[in-house]
Design a protein around this ligand. Structure first.
Ligand SMILES: [Zn+2]
Length: 369
Protein backbone atom coordinates (compact mmCIF):
# COMPACT_ATOMS: atom_id res chain seq x y z
CA UNK A 1 0.00 0.00 0.00
CA UNK A 2 2.73 2.43 0.96
CA UNK A 3 4.55 1.49 -2.21
CA UNK A 4 1.63 2.51 -4.42
CA UNK A 5 1.17 5.79 -2.56
CA UNK A 6 4.81 6.60 -2.99
CA UNK A 7 4.62 5.78 -6.68
CA UNK A 8 1.62 8.11 -7.04
CA UNK A 9 3.40 10.90 -5.17
CA UNK A 10 6.42 10.49 -7.40
CA UNK A 11 4.29 10.63 -10.54
CA UNK A 12 2.63 13.84 -9.38
CA UNK A 13 5.98 15.40 -8.65
CA UNK A 14 7.26 14.60 -12.15
CA UNK A 15 4.06 16.01 -13.70
CA UNK A 16 4.29 19.24 -11.69
CA UNK A 17 7.92 19.67 -12.59
CA UNK A 18 7.27 19.19 -16.30
CA UNK A 19 4.34 21.65 -16.28
CA UNK A 20 6.54 24.15 -14.46
CA UNK A 21 9.26 23.71 -17.03
CA UNK A 22 6.81 24.13 -19.94
CA UNK A 23 5.37 27.37 -18.65
CA UNK A 24 8.86 28.62 -17.94
CA UNK A 25 9.86 27.89 -21.53
CA UNK A 26 6.70 29.53 -22.85
CA UNK A 27 7.45 32.68 -20.85
CA UNK A 28 11.03 32.77 -22.01
CA UNK A 29 9.94 32.56 -25.63
CA UNK A 30 8.31 35.98 -25.99
CA UNK A 31 9.98 38.23 -28.52
CA UNK A 32 10.91 41.87 -28.13
CA UNK A 33 7.91 42.70 -30.33
CA UNK A 34 5.61 40.91 -27.88
CA UNK A 35 7.11 42.32 -24.70
CA UNK A 36 4.55 44.75 -23.31
CA UNK A 37 4.82 44.96 -19.52
CA UNK A 38 1.95 46.29 -17.44
CA UNK A 39 3.18 49.24 -15.41
CA UNK A 40 2.91 48.78 -11.65
CA UNK A 41 3.36 52.50 -11.01
CA UNK A 42 0.49 54.09 -9.11
CA UNK A 43 0.18 57.85 -9.75
CA UNK A 44 -2.79 60.17 -10.40
CA UNK A 45 -4.39 59.71 -13.82
CA UNK A 46 -6.43 62.19 -15.84
CA UNK A 47 -8.03 60.64 -18.89
CA UNK A 48 -9.30 63.53 -20.98
CA UNK A 49 -11.80 62.58 -23.66
CA UNK A 50 -12.84 66.15 -24.51
CA UNK A 51 -10.45 69.04 -25.08
CA UNK A 52 -10.57 71.84 -22.51
CA UNK A 53 -11.12 74.41 -25.28
CA UNK A 54 -12.69 74.11 -28.71
CA UNK A 55 -10.00 73.09 -31.16
CA UNK A 56 -9.11 73.01 -34.84
CA UNK A 57 -7.38 69.96 -36.25
CA UNK A 58 -5.36 71.20 -39.22
CA UNK A 59 -4.18 67.76 -40.33
CA UNK A 60 -6.85 65.20 -41.13
CA UNK A 61 -7.66 62.78 -43.94
CA UNK A 62 -11.28 61.96 -44.54
CA UNK A 63 -13.30 59.70 -46.78
CA UNK A 64 -16.76 61.26 -46.80
CA UNK A 65 -19.43 60.28 -49.25
CA UNK A 66 -22.84 59.84 -47.66
CA UNK A 67 -24.86 61.95 -45.25
CA UNK A 68 -24.31 59.17 -42.74
CA UNK A 69 -20.51 59.64 -43.08
CA UNK A 70 -20.90 63.35 -42.31
CA UNK A 71 -23.26 62.75 -39.39
CA UNK A 72 -20.85 60.24 -37.88
CA UNK A 73 -17.98 62.66 -38.30
CA UNK A 74 -19.91 65.54 -36.76
CA UNK A 75 -20.84 63.44 -33.75
CA UNK A 76 -17.24 62.35 -33.17
CA UNK A 77 -16.03 65.95 -33.55
CA UNK A 78 -18.59 67.20 -31.03
CA UNK A 79 -17.57 64.52 -28.52
CA UNK A 80 -13.93 65.65 -28.78
CA UNK A 81 -14.78 69.39 -28.74
CA UNK A 82 -13.28 69.67 -32.23
CA UNK A 83 -15.06 72.65 -33.74
CA UNK A 84 -13.23 72.62 -37.04
CA UNK A 85 -11.20 70.25 -39.14
CA UNK A 86 -9.03 70.51 -42.23
CA UNK A 87 -9.38 67.60 -44.64
CA UNK A 88 -6.14 67.66 -46.61
CA UNK A 89 -7.37 65.38 -49.39
CA UNK A 90 -9.27 67.92 -51.46
CA UNK A 91 -7.72 66.99 -54.79
CA UNK A 92 -8.16 69.43 -57.66
CA UNK A 93 -10.58 70.40 -60.42
CA UNK A 94 -13.97 68.72 -60.51
CA UNK A 95 -13.13 66.36 -57.65
CA UNK A 96 -12.39 69.30 -55.36
CA UNK A 97 -15.50 71.14 -56.51
CA UNK A 98 -17.65 68.08 -55.79
CA UNK A 99 -16.10 67.59 -52.37
CA UNK A 100 -16.69 71.22 -51.37
CA UNK A 101 -20.26 70.92 -52.62
CA UNK A 102 -20.78 67.72 -50.65
CA UNK A 103 -19.54 69.42 -47.46
CA UNK A 104 -21.96 72.30 -48.08
CA UNK A 105 -24.91 70.01 -48.90
CA UNK A 106 -24.37 68.15 -45.64
CA UNK A 107 -24.33 71.33 -43.60
CA UNK A 108 -20.66 71.02 -42.62
CA UNK A 109 -19.18 74.15 -44.24
CA UNK A 110 -18.83 75.74 -40.81
CA UNK A 111 -17.08 72.62 -39.46
CA UNK A 112 -14.52 71.71 -42.08
CA UNK A 113 -12.30 73.02 -44.85
CA UNK A 114 -10.62 71.30 -47.74
CA UNK A 115 -7.06 71.86 -48.88
CA UNK A 116 -6.35 71.39 -52.57
CA UNK A 117 -3.58 69.17 -53.90
CA UNK A 118 -1.29 69.35 -56.93
CA UNK A 119 -1.39 67.03 -59.93
CA UNK A 120 2.26 66.18 -60.66
CA UNK A 121 1.44 64.30 -63.84
CA UNK A 122 3.04 65.95 -66.81
CA UNK A 123 5.66 67.69 -64.67
CA UNK A 124 8.41 68.64 -67.07
CA UNK A 125 6.22 69.93 -69.87
CA UNK A 126 6.75 73.68 -70.23
CA UNK A 127 3.07 74.42 -69.68
CA UNK A 128 2.89 72.45 -66.42
CA UNK A 129 3.62 75.35 -64.08
CA UNK A 130 1.22 77.80 -65.67
CA UNK A 131 -1.50 75.19 -65.88
CA UNK A 132 -1.03 74.18 -62.24
CA UNK A 133 -1.10 77.77 -60.95
CA UNK A 134 -4.32 78.37 -62.91
CA UNK A 135 -5.81 75.16 -61.53
CA UNK A 136 -4.93 76.18 -57.99
CA UNK A 137 -6.54 79.61 -58.46
CA UNK A 138 -9.66 77.90 -59.75
CA UNK A 139 -9.64 75.47 -56.80
CA UNK A 140 -9.40 78.34 -54.32
CA UNK A 141 -12.24 80.12 -56.13
CA UNK A 142 -14.21 76.87 -55.78
CA UNK A 143 -13.68 76.78 -52.03
CA UNK A 144 -10.24 75.31 -51.22
CA UNK A 145 -8.75 76.96 -48.10
CA UNK A 146 -5.14 75.92 -48.57
CA UNK A 147 -2.74 73.63 -50.37
CA UNK A 148 -1.50 70.29 -49.05
CA UNK A 149 1.73 68.88 -50.45
CA UNK A 150 2.24 65.20 -49.73
CA UNK A 151 5.56 63.62 -48.90
CA UNK A 152 5.82 61.99 -52.33
CA UNK A 153 7.29 65.30 -53.51
CA UNK A 154 11.05 64.87 -53.19
CA UNK A 155 10.77 61.15 -52.57
CA UNK A 156 8.87 59.35 -55.30
CA UNK A 157 7.32 61.89 -57.68
CA UNK A 158 9.13 61.91 -61.03
CA UNK A 159 8.96 64.19 -64.05
CA UNK A 160 8.10 63.12 -67.62
CA UNK A 161 11.70 61.93 -68.07
CA UNK A 162 11.58 59.75 -64.98
CA UNK A 163 13.78 62.02 -62.86
CA UNK A 164 12.99 62.74 -59.22
CA UNK A 165 11.32 66.11 -58.62
CA UNK A 166 13.23 67.88 -55.84
CA UNK A 167 11.11 69.77 -53.30
CA UNK A 168 12.92 72.99 -54.25
CA UNK A 169 12.51 72.52 -58.01
CA UNK A 170 12.35 75.99 -59.58
CA UNK A 171 9.35 74.98 -61.66
CA UNK A 172 7.35 74.88 -58.41
CA UNK A 173 8.31 78.42 -57.37
CA UNK A 174 5.30 80.08 -59.05
CA UNK A 175 3.00 77.66 -57.18
CA UNK A 176 4.43 78.62 -53.76
CA UNK A 177 4.33 82.30 -54.73
CA UNK A 178 0.70 82.00 -55.86
CA UNK A 179 -0.28 80.59 -52.45
CA UNK A 180 1.22 83.69 -50.84
CA UNK A 181 -0.68 85.96 -53.24
CA UNK A 182 -3.93 84.05 -52.71
CA UNK A 183 -3.51 84.27 -48.94
CA UNK A 184 -3.74 80.53 -48.39
CA UNK A 185 -1.37 78.41 -46.28
CA UNK A 186 0.63 75.48 -47.64
CA UNK A 187 0.70 72.46 -45.38
CA UNK A 188 3.80 70.61 -46.49
CA UNK A 189 4.93 67.16 -45.44
CA UNK A 190 8.51 66.40 -46.48
CA UNK A 191 10.53 63.37 -45.48
CA UNK A 192 9.79 60.99 -42.62
CA UNK A 193 11.28 60.11 -39.21
CA UNK A 194 15.06 60.13 -39.53
CA UNK A 195 15.28 56.59 -38.12
CA UNK A 196 13.70 55.27 -41.33
CA UNK A 197 17.03 55.98 -43.06
CA UNK A 198 19.11 54.31 -40.34
CA UNK A 199 20.07 50.62 -40.50
CA UNK A 200 17.38 48.40 -39.03
CA UNK A 201 19.42 47.04 -36.18
CA UNK A 202 19.30 46.89 -32.39
CA UNK A 203 20.12 50.59 -32.13
CA UNK A 204 17.27 51.83 -34.34
CA UNK A 205 14.67 53.63 -32.24
CA UNK A 206 11.93 52.77 -34.78
CA UNK A 207 12.93 49.12 -35.06
CA UNK A 208 9.50 47.82 -34.11
CA UNK A 209 7.77 50.01 -36.68
CA UNK A 210 10.22 48.97 -39.41
CA UNK A 211 9.77 45.34 -38.39
CA UNK A 212 5.99 45.73 -38.73
CA UNK A 213 6.16 47.83 -41.90
CA UNK A 214 9.40 46.95 -43.73
CA UNK A 215 8.53 49.19 -46.69
CA UNK A 216 9.04 52.22 -44.44
CA UNK A 217 12.77 51.56 -44.33
CA UNK A 218 14.79 53.74 -46.69
CA UNK A 219 18.15 52.39 -45.52
CA UNK A 220 18.90 50.68 -48.83
CA UNK A 221 16.70 52.66 -51.19
CA UNK A 222 17.15 55.27 -53.89
CA UNK A 223 15.24 57.82 -51.77
CA UNK A 224 17.54 60.81 -51.08
CA UNK A 225 18.92 61.23 -47.60
CA UNK A 226 16.83 62.75 -44.80
CA UNK A 227 19.24 65.68 -44.66
CA UNK A 228 18.84 66.30 -48.39
CA UNK A 229 15.02 66.37 -48.23
CA UNK A 230 14.96 68.68 -45.22
CA UNK A 231 17.49 70.99 -46.89
CA UNK A 232 15.34 71.19 -50.04
CA UNK A 233 12.23 71.96 -47.98
CA UNK A 234 14.00 74.74 -46.08
CA UNK A 235 15.19 76.28 -49.34
CA UNK A 236 11.55 76.63 -50.39
CA UNK A 237 10.77 78.43 -47.10
CA UNK A 238 13.78 80.73 -47.59
CA UNK A 239 12.81 81.55 -51.16
CA UNK A 240 9.15 82.35 -50.36
CA UNK A 241 9.09 84.54 -47.27
CA UNK A 242 5.61 85.88 -48.13
CA UNK A 243 3.99 82.45 -48.19
CA UNK A 244 2.67 80.84 -45.00
CA UNK A 245 3.87 77.27 -44.61
CA UNK A 246 2.67 74.74 -42.06
CA UNK A 247 5.50 72.29 -41.61
CA UNK A 248 3.76 68.97 -40.94
CA UNK A 249 4.86 66.61 -38.17
CA UNK A 250 7.06 69.30 -36.56
CA UNK A 251 9.21 69.10 -39.70
CA UNK A 252 10.49 65.76 -38.30
CA UNK A 253 12.37 67.68 -35.62
CA UNK A 254 10.14 66.70 -32.68
CA UNK A 255 13.14 64.88 -31.22
CA UNK A 256 15.39 67.94 -31.55
CA UNK A 257 13.45 70.99 -30.41
CA UNK A 258 16.58 73.10 -30.18
CA UNK A 259 17.14 72.63 -33.89
CA UNK A 260 13.44 73.26 -34.58
CA UNK A 261 13.73 76.51 -32.60
CA UNK A 262 16.56 77.60 -34.89
CA UNK A 263 14.45 76.75 -37.95
CA UNK A 264 11.41 78.65 -36.62
CA UNK A 265 13.56 81.72 -35.99
CA UNK A 266 14.95 81.52 -39.50
CA UNK A 267 11.53 81.32 -41.22
CA UNK A 268 9.05 83.69 -39.55
CA UNK A 269 6.08 82.56 -41.70
CA UNK A 270 6.62 78.88 -41.02
CA UNK A 271 4.28 77.20 -38.55
CA UNK A 272 4.45 73.66 -37.22
CA UNK A 273 1.85 71.05 -36.33
CA UNK A 274 2.45 67.95 -34.22
CA UNK A 275 0.48 65.29 -36.11
CA UNK A 276 1.84 61.80 -35.32
CA UNK A 277 4.73 63.19 -33.24
CA UNK A 278 3.01 63.79 -29.88
CA UNK A 279 5.06 60.89 -28.45
CA UNK A 280 8.21 62.93 -29.09
CA UNK A 281 6.82 65.72 -26.92
CA UNK A 282 5.59 63.40 -24.18
CA UNK A 283 9.05 62.01 -23.59
CA UNK A 284 10.58 65.44 -22.92
CA UNK A 285 7.88 67.36 -21.01
CA UNK A 286 10.21 70.02 -19.61
CA UNK A 287 11.94 70.85 -22.89
CA UNK A 288 8.66 70.60 -24.80
CA UNK A 289 6.83 72.91 -22.40
CA UNK A 290 9.58 75.52 -22.76
CA UNK A 291 9.37 75.15 -26.52
CA UNK A 292 5.57 75.64 -26.48
CA UNK A 293 5.93 78.74 -24.34
CA UNK A 294 8.58 80.25 -26.61
CA UNK A 295 6.78 79.42 -29.86
CA UNK A 296 3.19 79.61 -28.61
CA UNK A 297 2.18 81.69 -31.66
CA UNK A 298 3.56 79.23 -34.22
CA UNK A 299 2.25 75.81 -33.17
CA UNK A 300 -0.96 74.26 -34.52
CA UNK A 301 -2.95 71.23 -33.45
CA UNK A 302 -2.66 68.38 -35.97
CA UNK A 303 -3.35 64.69 -35.56
CA UNK A 304 -3.12 63.03 -39.03
CA UNK A 305 -4.84 59.60 -39.07
CA UNK A 306 -8.52 59.83 -38.13
CA UNK A 307 -8.92 57.62 -35.08
CA UNK A 308 -11.13 59.55 -32.60
CA UNK A 309 -10.08 57.45 -29.58
CA UNK A 310 -6.42 58.45 -30.05
CA UNK A 311 -7.09 62.15 -29.35
CA UNK A 312 -7.10 61.26 -25.65
CA UNK A 313 -3.30 60.93 -25.80
CA UNK A 314 -3.03 64.39 -27.36
CA UNK A 315 -5.26 66.09 -24.76
CA UNK A 316 -3.52 64.30 -21.92
CA UNK A 317 -0.06 65.29 -23.14
CA UNK A 318 -0.99 68.94 -23.68
CA UNK A 319 -3.28 69.57 -20.71
CA UNK A 320 -2.19 67.37 -17.78
CA UNK A 321 0.97 66.74 -15.80
CA UNK A 322 0.30 63.00 -15.71
CA UNK A 323 3.34 60.78 -15.47
CA UNK A 324 4.46 57.64 -17.22
CA UNK A 325 1.35 56.98 -19.29
CA UNK A 326 1.31 54.95 -22.49
CA UNK A 327 1.20 56.23 -26.05
CA UNK A 328 -1.57 54.62 -28.10
CA UNK A 329 0.77 52.83 -30.51
CA UNK A 330 3.68 50.81 -29.30
CA UNK A 331 5.47 50.95 -32.63
CA UNK A 332 5.75 54.74 -32.64
CA UNK A 333 6.92 54.89 -29.05
CA UNK A 334 7.97 52.06 -26.81
CA UNK A 335 8.54 54.66 -24.10
CA UNK A 336 6.01 56.13 -21.70
CA UNK A 337 4.76 59.71 -21.77
CA UNK A 338 4.53 62.72 -19.46
CA UNK A 339 2.10 65.61 -19.65
CA UNK A 340 3.30 69.13 -20.45
CA UNK A 341 0.63 70.89 -18.40
CA UNK A 342 0.38 73.86 -20.76
CA UNK A 343 -1.15 77.11 -19.48
CA UNK A 344 -4.65 78.11 -20.60
CA UNK A 345 -3.19 80.91 -22.68
CA UNK A 346 -0.85 78.60 -24.60
CA UNK A 347 -3.54 75.93 -24.93
CA UNK A 348 -5.98 78.35 -26.54
CA UNK A 349 -3.38 79.44 -29.08
CA UNK A 350 -2.42 75.88 -29.97
CA UNK A 351 -6.00 74.63 -29.97
CA UNK A 352 -7.49 77.33 -32.21
CA UNK A 353 -6.14 80.89 -32.09
CA UNK A 354 -3.09 80.22 -34.28
CA UNK A 355 -5.11 78.31 -36.87
CA UNK A 356 -7.68 81.13 -37.02
CA UNK A 357 -4.87 83.52 -37.96
CA UNK A 358 -3.75 81.60 -41.04
CA UNK A 359 -6.62 79.47 -42.35
CA UNK A 360 -9.15 81.63 -44.17
CA UNK A 361 -12.91 81.70 -43.65
CA UNK A 362 -13.34 79.81 -40.39
CA UNK A 363 -16.45 80.98 -38.56
CA UNK A 364 -15.20 82.83 -35.49
CA UNK A 365 -18.40 82.60 -33.47
CA UNK A 366 -17.55 79.03 -32.42
CA UNK A 367 -14.49 80.18 -30.52
CA UNK A 368 -14.12 82.45 -27.51
CA UNK A 369 -11.68 85.34 -27.78
ZN1 LIG B 1 -1.21 63.24 -43.10
Amino acid sequence: MTGLLEKLRYARLVLTASIGLNSLMLNAQITIAEYNPTSTLVVPEHIITKAKYPFIDVHSHQLLYTTEDFNKLKMAMDTLNMKFMVDLNGGWGDKLKDKVENVRKNGMSNRMALFANIDFQGFGFVQWTEYTVDQLKEDVANGASGLKVFRELGMTHVDIHGNRIPINDVRLDPVWAACGELGIPVLIHSGAPKSFWDPMDERNERWLELYKYPSRSYANSTIPSWEQLIKEQHEVFAKHPKTTFINAHFGWHGNDLEQLSTILKKFPKMYVEFGAVIAELGRQPITAKNFFETFQDRILFGKDSWVPSEYVTYFRTLETTDEYFPYHKKYHAFWRMYGLGLSDEVLKKVYYKNALKIIPDIELSMFEK
